[in-house]
Design a protein around this ligand. Sequence first.
Ligand code: NDP
Ligand code: MG
Length: 381
Amino acid sequence: MKTIALLGATGSIGLQTLDVIRNHPEAFRLYSMAFGRNVEKAVPFIKEFNPSVVVVQDETAKEKLHQAMPHIDILVGSSGMVAISSASEVDVVVNAVLGSIGLEATLEAIRAKKQVAFANKETLVSAGHLVMAEAKKHGVNLLPVDSEHAAIFQCLNGEKLEDVNKLIITASGGSFRDYTRDELKQVTLEDALRHPNWSMGQKITIDSATMMNKGLEVIEAHWLFGIDYDDIEVVQHRESIIHSMVEYKDYSVLAQLGTPDMRVPIQYALTYPERLDLAVSKRLNLVEIGKLHFEEMSLDRFPCLRMAYEAGKAGGTATTVLNAANEEAVAQFLAGKIDFLTIEDYVARALDAHDYESFPSLETIMETDRLTRSQVRSYIQ
Ligand code: NDP
Ligand code: MG
């Protein structure tokens, strides 16, 4: 029996994690959960899973939850997430919170030597060198939840890193894969939120449409697997059946396949190195699918992907700025304040304005994150 702390319980990954826990009561128990302000959404799940501790984003949410459920133990904010991520009762921390807000909890979970099931890619993009140094120091494996990284992790299993030629990350292409640059000028929020293959949270759905999500994933792969940026390739694969691949020095290529269902990588990150049965929404039927397609990924067509490679190669605070600017710009797009193409403009402006520091401390990263967000907010005036 593994006890679980779930950060981001009310989100897309969080709810699918709860479904995995629900399906295997003999294997998992939810010890604690954290979410933001969405008390109404959380209450039925708190009743169902009966966690010992619940963490919310602020005092207002705490008061609201206390009104609804007076007998539960409620903690607040980043310190609350840190507390449940390092609690002695917890075996596995699932980090499915959205954005670089998950950084401190990730670091504390690693220091407490927890098994970390990791969805929160913004944390690795913002502070990959700190997170990986801490993981190495404490002998902790970050078990990827992101489907591409879960695929690569499985393809690397039992292999030597020095035998790897390159990683091949697949990309569905997002909501606008068949639009020209010109057509992108007209798109609406509603169009952008319509992802062809995956049902996900709003921010990552927009990131998929701008291709920033793939850029964040390239950086995430660089840190998780220690592979140079020049050896990480992105290929468009519209069916999202091959979740990613690894090419070895003998040119053998290993791939991991499955229908798009995030519960598969979530469950594997919880059970690794074991596997458990899972009633997937749909089993893979290759004959029914018939054909798989692969297309070149153009960095001109998707400047966010190009900026992510550039920031990744620059290293240090460059990726902190990339991530913070993107989080802020996407929030403005979701709030209806800016156009779709303004997202990439704001990220480019923030990167241009920044003087990079190569080996930033945690304090520098948090300060850079904060400053970048306020800078991007000022662009709109
Ligand atoms: P959602 O927006 O659906 O959910 C985000 C979760 O984080 C919610 O529970 C939200 O709470 C919580 N949250 C947000 N801000 C705070 C805060 N300040 N303090 C505490 N909790 C907070 O996101 P997703 O589930 O889509 O994504 C989560 C992470 O997983 C992201 O890093 C994403 O990149 C990654 N990921 C997601 C995939 C997917 O299929 N969705 C696939 C691969 C990776 P509330 O509801 O109260 O706001
Ligand atoms: Mg992914």
